[in-house]
Design a protein around this ligand. Structure first.
Ligand code: MLT
Length: 408
């Protein structure tokens, strides 16, 4: 008799975004011909930039000629991309990250989901609420939590409520946490952490010998020059943090797939008996065993993001999405909602009116206006009563959706 991993049965519901797609599909079937305006999942809609396409095509051509054909690449990624990322994303900001500390991958969803594997099961795991659902769900699947409780929280997770009255920022826990998930700019709230706040987290991690898992997938959307783009801009962070970066939202790679994770060589965790172990070695072992790298043309395409032309073209795309965010924020505020985010992040987070539940609001918007968003509750219990719009749609969809909301 084959036994299943019963931890999967502890999961509360299907993954958030497929659940939204299922509801939208049911609505479309019941209302044929109704136009749907999608501001739900954070999925880019603009095509890849010309400089990226050029490099991508050249990579494919190289694969088509016997002299330049390549088979398996290095599991950690090609040197050319690791070097470009180290130089432009870190050293340019005064963060001393070396190419050897960078692991190229096919997405931050996979990396933030897989990283928990290299940590033990006795850890206290601190996670914000609301939060990108992958952090919680993957710990549940791996059996690192207990069952879900009536309040929607899983046992054995140290939740850090990110409430409106605290600017949606998690507070440094009073208790000891071993593994801490942070995401800035935040998905879903759009909140950002200042340098002083990140210093507090690094100090806490040092004092408690914890590891910070820092998801910086949205750093390219930061407008305020005072806000750090990387936790490694903070002194000492290399000894306590792992950082996740992605080309998905930055350069339109949601369908192309490329990201990377920085695991500094100076980061250590411990065995039960207190022996120090380099986390970098464990992640290297994991990746070389379970992953065969990202395709060569995709890595060439990603490398092009760091050329002068590539950077200018990407910046224009980001400005396009951020203008969408501005329009959504302005319109929603005009309709009398309390609106957050949208300034250093591509997400607009707002409170529903009269404390309407997030899923009821989802149904209302879909029914009355044909607009799809993401219910805050899907990101955790503290997201209840809030709602998220993504700025990654086309300008037409954004303006049509905002006009349609006048009816709601
Ligand atoms: C979101 O909408 O939250 C994102 O698309 C999720 C993701 O990047 O996986």
């Amino acid at each position: 008799m084959a036994l299943i991993n019963e931890n999967y049965l502890k999961l509360k519901a299907g993954y958030l975004f497929p659940e939204i797609s299922r509801r939208v599909a049911a609505f479309s079937t019941a209302n044929p011909g109704r136009k749907i305006l999608r501001l739900g999942i954070g999925d880019v809609t603009r095509p890849l930039c010309p400089k990226i396409v050029e490099a991508f095509q050249k990579g494919v051509e190289e694969m088509a000629a016997s002299e330049t054909f390549r088979g398996y690449g290095p599991e950690q990624g090609y040197g050319f991309l690791r070097e470009a990322a180290a130089t432009h994303d870190f050293q340019a900001f005064g963060a001393d990250i070396r190419p050897e500390e960078i692991f190229i991958s096919d997405g931050s969803k996979c990396d933030t989901g897989n990283i928990q594997e290299i940590f033990g099961s006795g850890n206290t795991i601190a996670i914000g609420d609301p939060v990108y659902p992958v952090y919680v769900d993957t710990n549940v699947m791996a059996g690192k939590t207990g069952p879900v409780q009536e309040n929607g929280y899983y046992e054995n997770i140290l939740y850090m409520p990110c409430l409106e009255e605290q600017g949606f920022l998690p507070r440094v826990p009073k208790k000891k946490a071993d593994i801490i998930y942070l995401c800035f700019p935040n998905n879903p709230t759009g909140a950002t952490a200042s340098r002083a706040e990140l210093v507090q987290w690094v100090d806490y991690a040092k004092a408690n010998r914890s590891v910070i898992l820092f998801d910086a997938a949205y750093e390219a959307f930061i407008r305020d020059p005072a806000i750090p783009h990387s936790i490694f801009e903070i002194k000492g962070a290399k000894d306590v943090a792992i950082e996740f970066r992605s080309f998905s939202k930055t350069a339109g790679f949601t369908g192309t797939r490329c990201a990377y994770t920085v695991v500094p060589e100076s980061l250590h965790a411990y065995t039960q008996s207190g022996e120090k172990v380099r986390v970098h070695d464990l992640w290297l072992r994991r990746q070389t065993t379970k992953f065969n790298g990202v395709s060569y043309p995709v890595q060439k395409a990603a490398e092009a993001c760091y050329t002068e032309e590539g950077r200018t073209q990407i910046k224009n795309e980001i400005s396009y999405y951020m203008e969408n965010a501005r329009i959504i924020k302005e319109k929603m505020s005009g309709y009398g909602y309390r609106v957050f985010g949208a300034e250093n992040a591509p997400y607009v987070w707002f409170k529903t009116k009269n404390n309407m539940s997030s899923w009821n609001f989802f149904d209302l918007l879909l029914d009355k206006a044909g607009v799809v968003g993401t219910p805050g509750q899907g990101f955790g219990p503290s997201g209840e009563g809030y709602f998220r719009f993504s700025a990654f749609s086309s300008r037409n969809v954004v303006t049509e959706a905002m006009d349609a909301l006048e009816k709601v």
